[in-house]
Write a protein that binds this ligand. Sequence first.
Ligand code: ADP
Ligand code: MG
Length: 701
Amino acid sequence: MAAPADAKSIAATDPGLAPAATLPGVGPALAETLRKLGIERVQDLWFHLPLRYEDRTRITPIRDLVAGESAQVEGVVEAVETGFRYRPQLRVAITDASRETLVLRFFHFRRQQAQQFAPGLRLRCYGAVRHGQHGLEMVHPQYRALRGEVPVEATLTPIYPVTEGLGQQRLRGVIDKALARLPGEAALELVPRELIEPLGLMPLRDALLGVHRPPPDADVAALLAGRHPAQQRLAFEELLAHHISLKRLRASMRRHRAPALPGDAGLRQRFLDALPFTLTRAQARVAREAAKDLAKRVPMLRLVQGDVGSGKTVVAALAALHAIANGRQTALMAPTELLAEQHLHSFRTWFEPLGVEVVWLAGKVTGRARAAALAKLAAGAPVAIGTHALMQDGVEFQRLGLTIVDEQHRFGVQQRMDLRDKGAGSGEVPHQLVLTATPIPRTLAMSAYADLDVSTLDELPPGRTPVRTVAIANTRRGEVTERIRVACAEGRQAYWVCTLIEDSDLLQAQAAEVAYAQLCTALPGLAIGLVHGRMKARDKQAAMEAFKQGRTALLVATTVIEVGVDVPNASLMVIENAERLGLAQLHQLRGRVGRGSVASTCVLLYQSPLSGLARQRLETLRQTNDGFVIAEQDLRLRGPGELLGTRQTGEMGFRVADIVRDAALMPAVQRVGTALLRQQPVLARRLTERWIGAAARFAQA
Ligand code: ADP
Ligand code: MG
């Protein structure tokens, strides 16, 4: 197939930039399928890396198989049985020299297929081993009949991300053709030698060949664990590409102008004088850091991270005061309605005495109320608080000067950009402040938030008492109920939190209603309240208010109370099904107690048996109250995806890098990234295009 002339000339300078369709055997149909995988050019194939490997370089004796692991076995068919138990199935028993039996089980099969398994036939199979009714089995293994000696694979088998209409085999063939066009090391390498050499990493060319086609003598264990030098070289480069792309995003945002918001000392003082507390030193410091940014014409890009209860809201309010003083609007966006409502409540309490109107805009605000809110924002109302409803089309600000996003880990960069694009008008963009309650481990912050400056609230307001945490099996529920009775009789208050993994408001609400009914029966005479996400905002508020004022002693709630709720007299919290929640969420919930001077307790009620991971989570919570320690542990146990939220994971979508495993590379990534951007911006751009492709366009935003 002849390539177009212009493609040829590009290919002459950089063969990686040639369209994938210039490869032999890649016609228009296949090119279209490849595009679904984000593959357009030859280099996209070079960097389409295996997700994992299958080890077919050896045969495992059946006796040595381990449930939960994948393996290749070879054996002779002993017995074949087709049957119908619940659904049709085919069972083939094979045995080998280790004289053990393995059952191959198929649920989808054709009659012909069943007939080919005659006793005596020799099979080679690859699959995941699990416990069956009669010993170990493989369900739907890959298999082939052997006639004569067939050598095992010489190398690990790479498994690539594929798509419908393109299987492993065929994709492997296309990648082989692309690899044949890999230029020499000098042409391939984009990072200047003097930057990469001191790191002692493997050359890029060897690394690519090594991960796509591991040689027979490759360190199999290292490859399977992602710790092979070839993978490390690529992980470094991938992290570098992401880092550079975030840095460029930052640079391009900072090329925009923002309104200078120096604020007003008098207004600020009136606000502080009216607060029922004085700022902690950390709050004062972080507010100063933000104030400095806000006074400039360059848009602020700042992340404020602080543990649960460290007082981020008042820092946000202080930033908003700058915009207010200078006639600009502030939009505060929270991920859930309840959290947004809490902010609304705080901001109204603080701002209305100063004559500053706070507009509410959430999904539930509809019809005439919505129209009125929109009109106010378009007319320049100073503060808007709400959920993602603030970002929707039709929401226009007259002159937005500051956006505040709470709980960043539940939004992504895109959301922040959308809100920014609500613009300050006349070519200006608003300043951005991001608040996160999940303290982010430093290495993770380096990779995920390279576009933001970070301020840390590393101090809690005075008067908090550490929470004692205990884990108790659900079978001892009665004792826990008794504990509540005693505590409430002493005038203390308690939370009972119902949790479900399902992200369904309805199911959560039902669970809470059931628990509420049970507790009302078990604790007659006790004033019990109920709050969940399906209740009307007014009823919710009323239930919260009753609890705040001590008219109810026990509050049964869903995880809606995870954020914002503040009742210092509440000193006992019971969390049901604690084993189902992640560390960060448990820590957030627990942060609702320990706010007064009485010693508080958190009871983690769990369903036995506990999985290993769940046990570790509960143990971590028992041992520490420190949000940073918990976040580090969370990262180790769950990986970065869950910590940052699914949206962000998709955005980060690493191919080889793992920001936990490869955290040690980050300081070098940062160093090389800075140097490359400064000295070789063109190479930096080519590097991000190589790794991030279409997503790199983001960086031009
Ligand atoms: P978070 O950082 O978890 O968002 P909040 O801003 O909700 O924390 O603050 C938690 C509670 O602490 C609120 O009731 C708030 O009024 C209170 N608070 C904030 N700062 C101080 C302070 N400096 N001294 C005493 N209480 C404070
Ligand atoms: Mg908060």
